[in-house]
Design a protein around this ligand. Structure first.
Ligand SMILES: Nc1ncnc2c1ncn2[C@@H]1O[C@H](COP(=O)(O)OP(=O)(O)OP(=O)(O)O)[C@@H](O)[C@H]1O
Ligand SMILES: [Mg+2]
Length: 451
């Protein structure tokens, strides 16, 4: 505290004092006052939600933690590294910044961790040319500035390109129980899509799968036009959550340059689970199935950032785990209400060896009618009618009680079951262009002879 000068003119230090303080740039040092669960409380530091603080622990670089809540006495932070070794009394310093994300075409072919740092052992920046960085917080484009979704995007998967057509700037969910083929379908799309750039976020998945995905599924050609962001299941919750936003931010920057980008996220459920851990750690009440309310607003914020903008597009494809094959599970429910369409994979088809295990009748693209022409819509509708008729008659067919000739649609389904299957099934490593897919559907529908 300064005491008032006792002699001479009163000093008007009101203006000079802050300037002197700024010039001297004293570093504020706070202390860790609590480590509880996965969160850390730091007392004695100013800071806003989203800022990073550096705790003096875990090596010379310290441990970074992100402020997630502020109380009158302390900052609640979530460390971006494991909490082991953190204790009360450690010093902590404000970095004055939020997390920043590297951007630009030099990221193509690179694999980054959840905080945007290279994982492949090579630096991002080159001597004399630093890599451009932007704050991780972005904002969704204004609703009225967004271009309409009116151009189809080829994914390389016949069943999707023709029957569940995706538009550039659409946000789709791939919904399925565990082990039904979500990640495999995503890798098929990564290889088969004709988008210029893919940003792929692997979040909360197993470490083993990451290498397989990059080396086998994506391959050198796929990787060359992709940016991969990885936060495996053993990473701290904050890193898993941030990875989703880092990948989204990178995709947004490609879009800002006018590009058509595909953003693939495996899995959105793991992002929601990371937010659940964070919310519960800082004292939010658990609501639906233990998910605190913030989970659903974080999902909405994340998904709203994909889509079209004034120029360019981010087509979002998110996998959603449906626990216990319960499609009304809260994360699946919330995702379905925000997304512009969903593809349902069923265990029934997967166990029968029918891959991709897409349940065409249970899947819908809300923009399909805007990105396909009437002739294409008619082809898709005719195959759907045959599939629906077969489903209706399935019980009768199973017990051999169906009388041939009683329904021309069912007859077509039975007679041409092999051809229908051949069209819907597709090998992982055999993506088809859109033109080929539509020709295949046209031939199939001609065979079915339904109007
Ligand atoms: N197109 C395909 N062709 C052949 N086999 C496939 C195909 N898709 C999936 N499979 C089989 O299904 C298994 C599980 O697939 P995948 O790992 O993609 O499922 P997942 O839904 O991502 O599972 P998890 O919920 O555990 O992440 C694979 O190991 C593979 O044997
Ligand atoms: Mg998977």
């Amino acid at each position: 505290m300064m005491s008032a000068p006792s002699i001479g003119r009163p000093v008007r230090h009101g203006a000079r004092f802050p300037r002197a303080v700024a010039a001297a740039a004293p570093e504020l040092v706070g202390t860790v006052s609590q480590v509880l669960g996965l969160s850390v409380e730091v007392a004695g530091l100013p800071g806003a939600v989203g800022d990073l603080v550096r705790i003096d622990a875990g090596g010379p670089a310290g441990t970074l933690a992100e402020v997630v809540a502020a109380t009158p006495t302390a900052l609640r932070c979530m460390p971006l590294a494991p909490v082991e070794g953190l204790r009360v009394g450690l010093h902590a310093r404000a970095t004055g910044n939020a997390l920043t994300v590297p951007t630009g075409p030099r990221l193509l072919g690179r694999v980054l961790d959840g905080l945007g740092r290279p994982m492949d052992g090579r630096p991002l920046a080159q001597p004399g040319s630093p890599i451009p960085r932007v704050p991780v917080a972005g904002s969704a484009p204004d609703a009225l500035d967004r271009m309409r979704v009116d151009t189809p995007l080829s994914l390389g998967v016949r069943a999707m390109d023709t029957l569940i057509t995706v538009g550039r700037g659409q946000r789709m969910g791939l919904f399925a129980g565990s082990g039904v083929g979500k990640s495999s379908l995503l890798s098929m799309i990564a290889r088969g899509t004709d988008a210029q750039v893919s940003v792929i976020a692997l979040i909360g998945e197993r470490g083993r799968e990451v290498r397989e995905f990059i080396e086998d599924d994506l391959g050198p050609d796929g990787l060359a036009r992709s940016v991969v962001v990885v936060a495996t299941s053993d990473q701290p919750a904050m890193v898993r959550l941030r990875a989703a936003f880092v990948a989204t931010r990178i995709a947004e920057e490609f879009r800002a340059g006018g590009g058509d980008v595909v953003l693939m996220m495996d899995s959105l459920t793991r992002v929601a689970m990371a937010q659940r851990e964070i919310g519960l750690s800082v004292g939010e009440p658990p609501a639906t199935r233990g998910y605190p309310p913030s989970t659903f607003s974080v999902l909405a914020q994340l998904l709203e950032r994909a889509g079209t903008a004034a120029r360019g597009s981010v087509t979002g494809i998110y996998t959603v785990l449906v626990e216990g094959d319960d499609h009304n599970e809260p994360v699946a429910d919330a995702a379905r209400s925000i997304l512009d369409g969903h593809v349902v994979l069923t265990r029934e088809l997967a166990t029968a060896g029918h891959f991709p295990a897409i349940d065409v009748l249970g899947s819908v693209s809300r923009v399909a009618s805007r990105v396909t022409n009437p002739a294409q819509q008619s082809l898709a509708l005719r195959l759907r009618r045959v599939l629906a008729a077969r489903r209706r008659a399935q019980d009768l067919l199973d017990v051999g009680a169906y009388a041939a000739g009683s329904d021309p649609l069912v007859d077509a389904a039975v007679t041409h079951a092999g051809a229908i299957d051949a069209f819907l099934r597709q090998d992982l490593d055999a993506p088809d262009g859109t033109a080929v897919a539509w020709e295949g559907l046209e031939r199939l529908v001609a065979q079915l002879e339904v109007s």
